[in-house]
Design a protein around this ligand. Sequence first.
Ligand SMILES: Cc1cc2nc3c(=O)[nH]c(=O)nc-3n(C[C@H](O)[C@H](O)[C@H](O)COP(=O)(O)OP(=O)(O)OC[C@H]3O[C@@H](n4cnc5c(N)ncnc54)[C@H](O)[C@@H]3O)c2cc1C
Length: 311
Amino acid sequence: MAGILIYSDKEQYARELLSGARLLAAAAEIPITCVVINNAGMAESLSQSGAEVQHIENGQIVAADTAAIASALKQAVQKLEQSIILLSSDRRGKELAGRLAQALDAGCLTDVTGITCTNGAMQCSRNSLGGAAIAAQIITTPVKVIAVAPRTFEAVLEKEQGRVNKLEVDIKATLKVIETKPKAEDGIDIEAADVIVAVGQGLSGPEALPEIEALADAVGGVVACSKPVATDRKWLSEDRVIGLSGKKCKPSLAILLGISGQVQFTVGIRDARTIIAVNQDENAYAFHMCDYGWVGDLHEFAREFQALLKE
Ligand SMILES: Cc1cc2nc3c(=O)[nH]c(=O)nc-3n(C[C@H](O)[C@H](O)[C@H](O)COP(=O)(O)OP(=O)(O)OC[C@H]3O[C@@H](n4cnc5c(N)ncnc54)[C@H](O)[C@@H]3O)c2cc1C
């Protein structure tokens, strides 16, 4: 294996990939290179965490142009003779993974939730059958493109100093950005949250949300939800959805209120360190995957739990 190249436009994800790459590199003794595009601050910051950074500065590359980014990464992979490319499996990272793998004639896996390396052979874990099972998969091509789900690895800060090198690439922009507008979102990043209070359709209605926000504030967390709460009922934004078609979260504590615990939801929260489930149905699936369960009304729980915290 010639080397591991990592890339994400988000510094947090790049740091997580760096940690994962270090685990693999330790097993297979291969060098790691971190590519940063048009972001000198991020390049410097990653190098201060011990990363060997290749910084590409090129006015032809805009963040929305995944074709141009794939072309830049392809050139980086070939110039630096890399064989494993780790990307973040967020929306843009997944698109990039497909484009880059096609350009490199490489095998590709996205939504990877774990990587192990034994005797030089890499094996990736991915959810399958809607999250009901975990598949172990191996890419057999010499060059491998792997998009890793956020928070699969914990971002570790190394004290040693790395280096920032300049890398030249030749890009012909395929996309002209005329205008950029911030996405209409509420600014809450549930994937980054350490504590999550998630509500499901058991919530009486949107008028009860302030009570849930108050509980989330009391435990130092953020409010998230099951899919129907956002997509069908429109009580919260779709950025707050946990699950197969939402976000994969790995908080220290998750409090699930009025959520039945269907696999498409639980796949997004089952890696939480501690899970408390509250449901009035004692047979709810959520009780099969929680550490602590409360059978009863979620509104009553929200009030009593807050009162307990104040004692
Ligand atoms: C392809 C596909 C992808 C999907 N992706 C996702 C996804 O990413 N995320 C996701 O969440 N879902 C997803 N779903 C939908 C998923 O299958 C479930 O339908 C959904 O998770 C159910 O949401 P819920 O638990 O909020 O609602 P329900 O299943 O209706 O459960 C509500 C629960 O609240 C309890 N309850 C009611 N009142 C109270 C009360 N007062 N106090 C306490 N408990 C109460 C009930 O007993 C019940 O268990 C997907 C489905 C498909 C087919």
